[in-house]
Design a protein around this ligand. Structure first.
Ligand SMILES: [Zn+2]
Length: 113
């Protein structure tokens, strides 16, 4: 379950940020999960709870938004949402496309007290 190591690094980043602003209580953290990032949201949320249990971060809410997969066509330069993993440009039919969004995980905001 690689969600455990993802949750771990997520928490490390949060703790660093909290130290910077001298914050003590973490209320919530909002993250963006790419549709194709191979992260299972429920598993990540479970791991987050397990790791924060008994620490000062316990009780923080993990809000997850899923970013759809987006592609850019090298032939006609149009940008579009990739549906059902069909890696074909809907405008010109080219298969020379590049995914530009939806593969990563990023922290959007951290709410502290
Ligand atoms: Zn195209």
């Amino acid at each position: 379950m690689h969600e455990m190591s993802i949750a771990q690094s997520l928490i490390e980043i949060i703790e660093e940020e909290m130290q910077k602003y001298d914050a003590r209580i973490l209320r919530s953290v909002r993250i963006n999960i790419g549709q194709m990032s191979a992260i299972v949201p429920n598993a990540l949320s479970f791991c987050f709870e397990v790791i924060t249990a008994g620490t000062e971060l316990e009780g923080a809410r993990l809000i997850m938004d899923i970013t759809p997969l987006k592609g850019c066509c090298h032939a006609c330069e149009s940008e579009f949402e990739i549906k059902d993993y069909a890696f074909i440009c809907p405008a010109c039919g080219s298969t020379k496309i590049e995914t530009i969004e939806g593969q990563n995980l990023s922290i959007v905001e951290i709410e502290v007290a």
